[in-house]
Design a protein around this ligand. Structure first.
Ligand code: NAD
Length: 319
């Protein structure tokens, strides 16, 4: 298949592109290498892909509608995997206009380019944070939306529902995948697995909300990639599907796990959580199992062990 991966230089995008290339697909990656976190990390991610002759990179911005149409016209893609986004919840609190521009307008630019150039299938990165502070546990796709806790999930809900409009009007197949707290090698430096590890290693203090009495459904990158690839292979009309592990981890226990891996004690401050943070994320993955044969296999202990191996080999070695 011929596949466009937006956000290909990012954490999830680089793993997805790698998996698609490994199975023989042609991949066009697109990224604007913004500085939300160190662009050198993104360059390093892409450097793992560029030696493959079936990989092409476009340095472009999803806010540029003309560029999106040009790339899609030239690419004649079978599917778009749209991962490019401003992805941090907390960073979005005071940046609603930027998040709207990139995540809503950028997504619409790609939907338009897909429609105009006849791309039949669109896979969209959504998030567990669309569920906000729902009391329905585990989180199910048929839960009522519309109560996001911050601009970031609001923009992802907008992407999901705009996808429905394009499905309804133009017959585009659209699968919105709601990822739950993804971690693993090349993981984002603004996310807790990286922050906790890095701070413990360097003896720095970090913030753990509610003294760790919060739960997150940590999901290993390889499990997420298998779900994305399955969604690529199965156009389903219009669906939104949870991709999580279905086993929320108490954050205090997560910190203990990292302490054991690193062999040092953590230093933390433990303020109350801001209103953007739900107390728990918890995926019901029944729909993913039914529609995508999704089967997350990596435990958090195993996945964090792999993350720690990568952190030592790549991050510590470079310091
Ligand atoms: N990592 C998670 O736990 C998680 C959870 C839920 C949803 N998601 C979603 O998955 C997707 C990938 O997330 P990630 O964790 O790999 O984040 P990431 O920040 O590592 O990757 C996103 C990539 O998109 C690129 N990008 C941002 N704005 C762009 C623009 N205007 N034009 C072109 N490229 C742009 C960035 O440079 C980056 O390389 C995002 O849509 C994110 O919202 C991630």
């Amino acid at each position: 298949m011929n596949i466009l991966v937006t956000g290909a230089a990012g954490f999830i995008g680089s793993h997805v592109a790698e998996a698609l290339l490994a199975r023989g697909d042609d991949v066009v990656g697109l990224d604007n290498f913004n500085d939300y976190y160190d662009p050198a990390r993104k360059r390093a991610n892409v450097a793992l892909l560029t030696p493959n002759p079936r990989f092409i990179l476009h340095e472009a911005d999803v806010r540029d509608a003309e560029a999106m149409e040009r790339i899609c016209t030239a690419g004649r893609f079978d599917v778009v995997i749209h991962l490019a986004a401003m992805a941090g919840v907390r960073y979005s609190i005071e940046r609603a206009p930027l998040y709207t521009d990139v995540n809503v307008r950028g997504t619409v630019n790609l939907l338009e380019a897909a429609r105009k150039t006849g791309i039949p299938h669109f896979v969209f990165a959504s998030t567990s944070s669309v569920y906000g502070r729902t009391e329905q546990l585990p989180f199910r796709e048929d839960d009522l939306l519309g109560r996001p806790l911050a601009p970031y999930p609001a923009t992802k809900i907008a992407g999901e529902v705009m996808g429905h409009a394009y499905h309804n009007l133009f017959g585009l197949s659209f699968t919105g995948l709601r990822f739950f707290s993804v971690y693993g090698p090349r993981g984002r430096p603004d996310m807790m697995p990286y922050i906790i590890t890095d701070c413990i290693v360097h003896g720095r203090e970090f913030v753990l909300y509610e003294a760790g009495e919060m739960y997150r459904d940590w999901t290993y990158i390889a499990d997420i990639v298998s779900g994305i690839v399955a969604a690529v292979d199965r156009p389903l009309g219009y669906e939104v599907i949870n991709l999580g592990r279905g086993e929320p981890v108490r954050m205090a226990d997560f910190v203990e796990l990292v302490e054991e891996l690193v062999g040092e004690k953590a230093r933390m401050t433990t303020p109350p959580a801001p209103p953007s943070e739900p107390p728990i994320t918890y995926a019901d993955v029944t729909k993913a199992r039914d529609l995508l044969d999704y089967n997350p296999t990596i435990s958090v202990a195993d996945g964090m062990h792999r993350f720690w191996e990568w952190y030592q080999a790549v991050i510590l070695k470079a310091q």
